[in-house]
Design a protein around this ligand. Structure first.
Ligand SMILES: [Fe+2]
Ligand SMILES: [Fe+2]
Length: 364
């Protein structure tokens, strides 16, 4: 069933997706968690978003908690305006609002005009855990440098939802719905390649997720679709394999070498494959969308690979292969392997786009 994004969407008991959806590549998910027990209730908003979303957000909040002024806690993953600016409005509506975030985030986010007296540092809660007046618990999970020094996720052990901020966030496409499918992985990967600093920072955050008890059933990020069911484990495993940020930039030598190999392959097949088909294999990397292209393509040549050289290489070679007759296909594969070997480049598995790992057969 098509989701009605005009209404608050209850993703779990007393947990709602209340952000604005506009069909853009970078949607901003805002979540409302209503804690209820023994006649008490506490309303917490997670990552309240930017001012452009405030009206839609308040209408949706009013449908669940009567009035946006009834928001009592705002949790901030980090200080980006798309995450946190609306906190200013909630503070005006409710002067007793409590803002929970890390000290590193607070030090800068307060300059939006937030009041020091409203701040509770996650570091002030023993073991990064807190019990609310309703008896329910929250666990804070810092994710240093993903993508801010003070970034921090919040885990709700009752619903087993991990509110992960930008981590596991993804770019949306026309096919994206409330819940992620395997098709959403590419948007998640692209978002992490742009924003996340390194494989190492991702590894640290995944170790922290692995320690959560009970383990999360749902990952609710600030962008893209909500990850649940078996995709949680599948995407965690995939997340550990990707190279992002500085990992990709520091590979500039590899970028240039793979660019040269690609141009040699293109020139070798240029008389065997029609020009339009070569252009279509190259076009994939100049999307013209709001996000930076992975490669610069001009006059049927690869001028520059900006990042994810292995991904670009595999994508283009596969594009050429798909547009070829069987003889040319074999030639492209053989030529690619020969050129990579000649130049001492990593052998790239054209099926999966990973570098082929050489097994360690002997102990040192
Ligand atoms: Fe961010
Ligand atoms: Fe974000």
């Amino acid at each position: 069933m098509e989701a009605d994004f005009k209404e608050p969407i209850e993703i779990s008991a007393n947990t709602y997706l209340v952000g604005k959806r506009e069909g853009s590549p970078l949607e901003r998910n805002v979540y409302l968690r209503v804690f209820k027990a023994g006649g008490k209730s506490v309303n917490m908003v997670i990552d309240p978003g930017p001012p452009t979303d405030f009206e839609v957000l308040s209408v949706k909040l009013a449908k669940v908690i009567e009035d946006p002024k009834n928001v009592q806690i705002v949790f901030l993953n980090h200080q980006d305006p798309d995450v946190s600016y609306n906190t200013v409005y909630f503070q005006k509506l409710n002067p007793n609002l409590v803002i929970v975030t890390t000290q590193d985030t607070w030090r800068v986010v307060k300059y939006f005009g937030l009041n020091d007296k409203n701040f509770r540092a996650v570091e002030s809660f023993p073991n990064y855990r807190v019990m609310l007046s309703t008896g329910q618990r929250l666990i804070f999970v810092p994710t240093p440098f993903l993508h801010s020094k003070g970034a921090c996720m919040v885990y709700d052990p009752e619903t087993q939802i991990l509110f992960s901020g930008d981590f596991f966030g993804g770019l949306s496409s026309e096919s994206s719905g409330i819940y992620a499918t395997d098709k959403d992985w590419d948007g998640i990967k692209a978002f992490h390649q742009i924003y996340m600093p390194s494989k190492e920072a991702i590894g640290l955050a995944i170790n922290a997720i692995r320690k959560l008890e009970p383990p999360p059933l749902v990952i609710a990020a600030q962008h893209g679709s909500i990850i649940e069911g078996e995709l949680v484990e599948r995407f965690i495993i995939k997340m550990q394999t990707i190279e992002v940020g500085i990992d990709l930039i520091k590979d500039t030598k590899l970028n240039a070498s793979l660019r040269d190999v690609l141009n040699e392959i293109i020139s070798a097949v240029s008389r065997k494959i029609p020009k339009e088909k070569i252009d279509s294999a190259l076009k994939h990397f100049t999307s013209g969308r709001a996000f930076p292209d992975l490669a610069v393509i001009r006059d049927g040549k690869v001028m520059e690979i900006k990042f994810d050289a292995v991904g670009v290489f595999t994508g283009i070679v596969k594009g050429l292969i798909n547009n070829s007759d069987p003889d040319t296909r074999a030639l492209i594969k053989a030529k690619a392997i020969k050129l990579l070997l000649d130049r001492d480049l990593p052998l790239i598995d054209l099926e999966y786009g990973d570098r082929v790992e050489v097994p360690e057969l002997f102990e040192e």
